[in-house]
Design a protein around this ligand. Structure first.
Ligand code: ADP
Ligand code: ZN
Length: 771
């Protein structure tokens, strides 16, 4: 799709013919993370380059070529921004590499915006690999990796001063009169580099220095400063136990080069202490550490803990920052002035000036995969990057993903296990509550209610996990069968009683609550149970114990989450009700009972990852119990106590469950034993989306035969969302390169076709969610 007015790509006008996309040798062995044929680092050529390939944000797989012939100002290099003509207007583009194209054919670079590259060769190579691997337009990938402020024309250069020979002579002669002039000149003379003018005293002083010829003005890139705390870390590390020590020693003796480590440690086993010990070593050796966590809400606790322990101020990168803060942190990491960086998934692409170690915490967490736009998985990108950087990477979890466990079992990753809690606390006992035939009160069986009461009276805290927010997942009419549904989605509306609205959790549609059935005027009744209802019922049943609800609705306001967590920590709330949010790494020592209100919801999920997710959530939420002296108890309500996953989880351990899962996936020919790509399409008319995918499927079957399994098209699990019909096509291959060849064929064939009917489509490589 050459853009009008821009020189076409060499060859045939295929936007990828310039080689941007096909840089990776995808025929490497099937292990995704053991590809020894890493793409070459693009060398910056010297001398006679006159044309450059640059990318702009937008749906372009490749770059565009421009020639450079400006006399003044900085010159282009890979990683710098340039202003270029684009169609009828101008754009900011980022230079990727020199171009072999004859300059005559191209339009000119209008201005070079950076004196030094914003992205180094390694980061650029990583972005190019990620764009290719995830089949996403490179310009979008590159610009998304820049802090927002740098996506436009904002310069990083500031006015600077340097001392002149005359100035240094004047200093030696002592011929200076003004005290302030001498101070400024001494500072300048002591520095090899020009210094930012703003730091050298009042403007009048600087002007005098220049008038006398003692200093000259120039422009430099604003320094990326990062504060070093005056105080060393205030908290002393606990002495590591045997297993922790073994883990640390293993990683240390593994050396500085690439190695992926899977740190599989039960909840509360002290994984974070292992990270801290390794981080401390790296920082002491002058190397940087990148720590990536799935959730922004987990970063404050982690940052506090790291800052208390280590004598550094961590640079933080997540979406909740103000643009200026993010720019400062990002630049400090890229420049190497910040030693430790903690961030959420987008931090996977931050340039590292002196990298030593990468840590991915909660590596199994689905939040590490971006679910919109550029569908990358931060963990997988980082494993690739660690290899490229030739540094170790540590993946930590109490419940590792099947993908990572498989690599560990196969010896691609090295497996470290922490099987006991670091504080000496025992792991909680998990029991099933068979709720068949029981009289339930708001989803709670008599046995669970008794247990709650017992733990509360014993002074414990109780956590109830229910992965459904709102008061009730649907409202229905008992007389005629009417159910309040979303007009735009194939989904029911959830009743949110506190705000008195019915809401669609898929498209955001909301409406008031009808007084009675719109079709037969009979009274409406509620069906199902949400966290709001559970909170109401428990508050009424156990008054005086204090209750907190943790879900997206209850924690939406600024600071509410922190306040709720503090109320739990202080013991003011003895009852906690929550969704998936409970599962995430919180450490509440007072919790002695965890109740899983509805295990069946996850056990019978339609996704093939359902059992894996269930095992992870169950063990994670169970891990909140009994972290201190009092032993913990976990009660799981189910209608199917004989479910094999549940049985194995209670009888054996997590690895046994996952080993059985792997066998099942192998038999069903599903990931991770196959390489998967999901092609999604949606349109206002069902036929448009289905017909599009049928054609894609036909072409793929014709082109690939047995090599590739093509499943579908089938309606997506949520078949209509926000008024659009959604279909999907699942591709599975034994060999990674087959999958990518197939996806390129789709890019090529669809990219050159005119699509009607307001069709949208996308490619998801290694999909983790088939919804
Ligand atoms: P994880 O990250 O595996 O959940 P943490 O590192 O947060 O575990 O440790 C859990 C608890 O155990 C924390 O309160 C921590 O301070 C404590 N802890 C960790 N290692 C030790 C140790 N070697 N000795 C005593 N307490 C420890
Ligand atoms: Zn909806």
């Amino acid at each position: 799709m050459p853009f009008p007015g821009v020189a076409p790509f060499p060859g045939n006008g295929d936007p990828r013919a310039c080689g941007i996309l096909r840089i990776m040798d995808l025929d490497a062995p099937d292990n995704p993370h053991s590809n020894p044929d890493a793409p070459v680092r693009p060398d910056t050529p010297v001398g006679a380059v006159t044309a450059w390939t640059a990318v702009v944000p937008g749906p372009f797989f490749g770059g565009f070529t421009y020639h450079f012939d400006l006399d003044a100002g900085p010159v282009p290099a890979p990683g710098v921004r340039v202003r270029v003509p684009f169609g009828q207007s101008e754009r900011v583009a980022l230079v990727i590499e020199p171009s072999p194209i004859d300059e005559q054919e191209t339009r000119p670079i209008l201005e070079v915006l950076d004196a030094a590259p914003l992205l180094d060769a390694e980061t650029l190579a990583c972005l190019r690999w990620a764009a290719a691997y995830y089949h996403h337009p490179l310009g979008d990938v590159v610009f998304a990796a820049l802090p927002k402020i740098l996506r436009g024309e904002r310069r990083l250069e500031v006015e600077a001063l340097a001392s002149t020979p005359a100035g240094r002579e004047a200093l030696r002669d002592g011929a200076m009169r003004g005290e302030r002039q001498r101070e400024a000149l001494e500072t300048l003379a002591a520095s090899r580099e020009p210094l930012p003018a703003a730091k050298l005293g009042p403007a009048a002083v600087r002007r005098r220095l220049m008038e006398k010829g003692w200093a000259e003005s120039t422009r430099i890139t604003a320094p990326a400063e990062w504060p070093v705390p005056a105080e060393p870390g205030s908290e002393v590390a606990p002495a590591l136990n045997r297993q922790q020590q073994d883990a640390v020693e293993a990683v240390v003796s593994g050396g500085d080069g690439f190695q992926a480590w899977l740190l599989h440690g039960v909840t509360g086993s002290g994984k974070t202490e292992v990270y801290l010990a390794l981080i401390e070593r790296e920082l002491a050796a002058g190397r940087q550490v990148l720590v990536v966590v799935p959730e922004i809400s987990l970063t404050p606790q982690l940052i506090d803990r790291f800052a208390r322990r280590l004598a550094v101020r961590p640079a933080v990168l997540h979406s909740g920052l103000a643009d200026g803060e993010r720019l400062a942190a990002w630049r400090a990491v890229a420049a190497g002035t910040a030693g430790l960086v903690i961030g959420t998934r987008s931090a996977a692409f931050v340039p590292l000036a002196r990298p030593g170690l990468i840590v991915v915490d909660e590596e199994h967490d689905a939040a590490l995969k971006q679910q919109e736009g550029f569908l990358y998985h931060a963990r997988d990108v980082l494993v690739w990057r660690a290899r490229q950087l030739a540094i170790p990477i540590l993946l930590g979890s109490a419940t590792p993903s099947l993908e990572s466990l498989r690599h560990a079992w196969a010896g691609h990753y090295r497996h470290l296990r922490l099987s006991e809690r670091a504080t000496g606390a025992r792991m909680p006992a998990i029991h099933c509550l068979d709720v068949r035939g029981q009289t339930m009160e708001a989803g709670l069986s008599p046995a669970l209610l008794r247990a709650i009461e017992r733990h509360l009276l014993d002074g414990g805290q109780v956590m109830l996990y229910l992965n459904r927010r709102g008061y009730a997942p649907s409202l229905l009419c008992h007389a005629c069968g009417y159910v309040a549904g979303c007009p735009h989605c194939d989904a029911f509306l959830t009743w949110h009683r506190q705000i008195g609205r019915l809401r669609c959790h898929h498209c955001g549609f909301e409406q008031g609550v009808p007084a009675d059935c719109p079709s037969c005027q009979a009274p409406l009744s509620v069906r199902g149970l949400g966290t709001e209802q559970l909170e109401d019922v428990l508050a009424a049943r156990f008054p005086g114990f204090g209750i907190v609800r943790l879900d997206r609705d209850a924690t939406a306001g600024k600071g509410v989450m922190a306040e709720s967590l503090a109320r739990i920590a202080r013991g003011e709330a003895r009852l906690v009700v929550g969704t998936q949010m409970l599962v995430k790494g919180h450490d509440f020592p007072g919790v002695t009972l965890v109740g899983v209100v509805n295990a069946d919801q996850a056990l019978f999920a339609s996704d093939f990852r359902g059992p894996e997710r269930f095992a992870q959530s169950l063990l994670q939420v169970a891990g909140r119990a009994g972290r201190a002296e009092r032993p913990g108890e976990v009660l799981v309500q189910t209608h199917d106590p004989d479910h094999p996953v549940l049985r194995r989880l209670l009888a054996e351990d997590y690895e046994a469950v996952m080993a059985a899962q792997l066998t099942e996936r192998e038999q069903a020919e599903l990931p991770p034993t196959r390489f998967a790509g999901l092609i999604r399409a949606d349109a206002p008319q069902a036929d448009t989306a289905r017909a599009f995918l049928m054609k894609v499927a036909e072409e793929l079957r014709a082109g690939f035969g047995e090599e590739l399994s093509v499943w579908g098209p089938v309606p997506a699990p949520l078949a209509r969302r926000a008024g659009r019909y959604r279909f999907q096509l699942l591709l599975l291959a034994r060999v990674r390169s087959t999958l990518h060849r197939a996806l390129w064929q789709v890019d090529d064939s669809v990219g050159s076709r005119r699509l009607g009917g307001r069709l949208r489509w996308s490619i998801d490589v290694d999909p983790i969610d088939l919804a």
